[in-house]
Design a protein around this ligand. Structure first.
Ligand SMILES: [Fe+2]
Length: 318
């Protein structure tokens, strides 16, 4: 369906609109049909809505892997793929997240990103935008949580702000699968189920050769990024956090830095300020890593989940 219209003055208009998902973060975008390429006018409108709402969801889309790549490119250049066990077979820049196993082997990465984080903060130029497409979504579980880091920065008390302004946090990659520290709504039963699953996966992993992902992650040196960064597009200040991979703050003793980081992460992700996105098949979600942190949540193993993920190149955070 063609959604452009001509205005009386001859300028192109679009029907692309945003409906907020919460009062503090996120919007559903309507008026887009991603079974075809977006027009330049639509792309401009999507970018504008994206930087305003920080997380956008385009629901119920029939989108091919090629179409998904072209849509992601409206935010910038797609990050080159690194060899892993989970690249899409025909489009290796698409990373597959899944709990599905075929012939005993996982078809995608499982249990990752289950803590509050911005993506790939352990590299020099972390991803600017991440996009997920829900290829197969579970009836239960598998929600994605989002928190607004402009808001979290603005809510800091003056003393905390003066303590972190101008300082850099040390980010170091850690294997953190099946952590689920981002979700504060887990029941005791779910926690036990997660522990059992984690032990099972760790035992399986110990019995096989290290994957390319595991080998690469062992060689990543630590990075230093501002605790509060200035957004490269909007110019606004935002906290820049990775709850499980920040290991200190430059110039502060660890016994001061670590409780401080833990506290600001906790305050930044108060449950009443969190967007809990419940996926439907065909949903496409994009988020702004420079102003958002996110966390995956638990998917019961009997529920199939297959997500395609693309990331857009970022700049050095300042
Ligand atoms: Fe992530």
């Amino acid at each position: 369906m063609q959604v452009e219209a001509m205005r009386a003055d001859g300028a192109e208009d679009t029907l692309v609109e945003a409906t907020p998902l919460t009062p503090f973060l996120g919007a559903e975008i309507t008026g887009l049909d991603l079974s075809r390429d977006v027009t330049p006018v639509e792309a401009e409108r999507v970018r504008e809505l994206f930087y305003r709402h920080q997380v956008i969801a385009v629901r119920d889309q029939e989108i091919s892997p090629e179409g998904f790549i072209r849509f992601a490119e409206i935010f910038g250049a797609i990050e080159p793929f690194f060899i892993s066990s989970y690249n899409h077979p025909e489009h290796p820049q698409i990373y597959v997240l899944s709990n599905v196993r075929k012939d005993g082997k996982p078809i995608g990465r499982d249990g990752a990103g289950t803590h509050w984080h911005s993506d790939s903060t352990f590299v020099e130029k972390p991803s600017s935008v991440t996009l997920l497409h829900g290829v197969e979504v579970p009836a239960r579980g598998g929600d994605t949580l989002f928190a607004n880091m402009y808001d979290a920065y603005d809510r800091l008390d003056p003393e905390t702000r003066s303590l972190i302004d101008g300082r850099r946090a040390i980010h170091r990659y850690q294997r953190k699968e099946f952590v689920f520290s981002g979700d504060r709504e887990l029941t005791e039963e779910q926690k036990a189920e997660i522990e059992a699953l984690k032990r099972k996966r760790q035992a399986e992993e110990a019995a096989t050769a290290p994957s390319p992902t595991a080998q690469k992650s062992n060689s990543v040196p630590e990075q230093r990024h501002p605790v509060a960064r200035t957004h490269p597009v909007t110019g606004r200040k935002a906290l820049y956090l990775n709850d499980e991979m920040m290991v200190g703050i430059e110039g502060l003793d660890d016994d001061v830095a670590m409780p401080l980081l833990r506290r600001i992460c906790e305050e930044a992700t108060m449950p009443d300020r969190v967007l809990r996105f419940k996926w439907r098949k065909g949903d496409l979600v994009a988020w702004d890593n420079a102003s958002i942190i996110h966390s995956a949540t638990f998917t019961p193993p009997e529920e199939a989940r297959v997500m395609h993920r693309l990331t857009v190149e970022g700049t050095v955070p300042v």
